[in-house]
Design a protein around this ligand. Structure first.
Ligand SMILES: [Zn+2]
Length: 501
């Protein structure tokens, strides 16, 4: 009686959460494994791989984080949230003895189309242009136009070169630490299929993965096919669900033998809700390790990179400019400077209005200097900023020390104080390596600074009194830059330019 009541409750639960109502944005856009990979997965010797994995050392892989946003926007995730996501990722990959560190500081890609690519084809151009060699390239952007949480490329497929093939694409909305999407997409990146592959379309077909694990079933029952169907793993249960499903809602779905499916919602590679997905099975871990370290390792190129040795950061960076409590900070285009910290390779800088939690700036820089060009830093207003040193192996979220400052009362119609009139640079947009012309009335030597949007100076040139053009470097990444021209009494003019590949 009790049992009947319980199953009645489960049925009612399923009626309230029909699988067909799964939200579009919950989807993973990674398709079925290509034929060669399916064949390779079926040939894996799991007994041997399991034995090897016990004695193997942990594999450390460099991950490059790309944060894509529109010129008028910002990444839709905080760096602290991203760090927490990588902590969870490393916890989930720890049983597989695979761990991630940062190849370098996050890179920002500022591009309207790539900030919400309408299809995968358009994003391949970005992956081709930005992928780094011998690292796991992970792009965080908005995949809302495609209705996706994320997708990844299986080994030997996708854009990029032989040692930079493919990528994981993550939608900001599915990238928080509570989401299983990052581990799920990297599972695909390291060869893992969905457990419902080949089964969800027609669970009662002879080709679908059967529930039974008995290879000697008696006719008319059909024997187990878990090693040649589904995800090709026999330690993951047959799974008929290719839409989001709640942890306990296994509806009455039956295979060709009439056996009822009870899929495993704890598998990261399933489409179960985030609250239940948390593990890789032993055979899934074997396959990921074989992708990295066997003689046929398709991602073996990732192992050649040396993990940097780092030491714990024990001191805080101290603010230099603006000084703590400064009240004369230039609005809209302010300069921040702090002390270098031993062991730090990059610095996490935050700026916000006092008493308002929303960040105006949440960014990473490699040096100890940041110019912030932002019209949200209006006049005569209290702000706070903080700087947190960290390094490649550091995903720790640290307490924030806020430093107060106030912008000055100067009312400027233009964001640039102290501006020199009558200077224009052109063409804009301009191609990498081309000549930038400077149209100006004055005849004085000037310093030309080219900043990226994080404020870092990427190019400088001293213009003589006569010079009216400068050759831009060919090796700067495409994107938006600021050209600042300054005379020897500190007056300047800044103009935004778009550098095209
Ligand atoms: Zn997937």
């Amino acid at each position: 009686m009790k049992k009947l009541l319980f199953s009645g409750l489960i049925t009612a639960f399923c009626l309230w959460h029909p699988l067909a109502q799964a939200q579009l944005l919950d989807e993973c856009g990674t398709g079925d494994t290509p034929p060669e990979l399916s064949e390779w997965l079926q040939k894996l010797d799991h007994a041997q791989l399991s034995a090897e994995n016990i004695s193997n050392d942990t594999i450390w892989l460099a991950a490059q984080i790309f944060l894509v946003h529109a010129p008028t926007g910002a990444p839709a995730i905080t760096l602290d949230s991203l760090k927490r996501s990588f902590q969870v990722l490393n916890r989930r990959f720890a049983p597989a003895k695979i761990q991630f560190y940062q190849a370098g500081m996050p890179r920002y890609i500022i591009n309207q189309i790539w900030s919400n690519p309408p299809d995968k084809q358009i994003a391949t151009l970005m992956i081709d242009s930005f992928n780094l060699n011998r690292v796991v390239n992970i792009y965080f952007t908005n995949l809302g136009s495609q209705g996706l949480c994320g997708y990844a490329y299986y080994p030997n497929s996708g854009p990029g070169g032989p040692i930079s093939r493919g990528a994981a694409m993550m939608s900001y909305s599915c990238s928080g630490p509570e989401s299983g999407t990052l581990a799920h997409e990297l599972g695909h990146f390291f060869s893992l299929p969905h457990p419902f592959q080949g089964t969800s379309g027609n669970p009662a077909a002879s080709t679908a993965e059967r529930v039974t694990r008995d290879f000697n079933e008696t006719a008319p029952r059909l024997p187990a096919n878990c090693n040649t169907s589904g995800d090709f793993f026999c330690d993951t249960k047959a799974d008929p669900y290719s839409a989001r499903w709640q942890c306990l809602s296994n509806p009455a779905t039956f295979d060709i033998n009439g056996d009822r499916f009870f899929a495993d919602s704890s598998l990261i590679m399933s489409y179960a809700a985030n609250t239940c997905r948390d593990i890789f099975s032993e055979q899934q871990m074997n396959a990921m390790n074989a992708t990295l370290a066997s003689t046929s390792a398709s991602r073996g190129y990732l192992l050649a990179r040396q993990r940097p040795s780092t030491s714990p950061i024990t001191v805080e960076a101290m603010p230099l400019t603006p000084a703590i409590g400064a009240t004369d900070v230039q609005p809209n285009f302010a300069h921040f400077n702090w002390t270098a910290v031993p062991g730090a390779t990059f610095y996490h800088v935050r700026i916000k209005r006092a008493a308002i939690p929303t960040m105006i700036k949440d960014t990473v820089v490699a040096g100890t200097f940041l110019s912030v060009y932002d019209n949200k830093m209006n006049i005569n207003t209290d702000f706070q900023w903080s700087v947190t040193p960290y390094h490649e192996n550091d995903f720790v979220v640290k307490p924030i020390t806020w430093h107060d400052f106030r912008t000055s009362t100067r009312t400027a119609t233009n964001v640039f104080e102290n501006e020199i009139a009558d200077i224009t640079v052109y063409p804009n947009p301009i191609q990498q390596g081309n000549q930038l012309n400077i149209l100006r009335q004055n005849n004085e030597p000037m310093d030309l600074y080219m900043h990226d949007l994080q404020g870092k100076v990427v190019f400088t040139h001293l213009l003589t009194a006569e010079e009216r053009a400068v050759q831009l470097p060919a090796d700067l990444p495409a994107g938006t830059y600021l050209i600042r021209l300054q005379n020897n009494v500190g007056k300047s003019k800044t103009q935004k330019i778009l550098l095209m590949p």
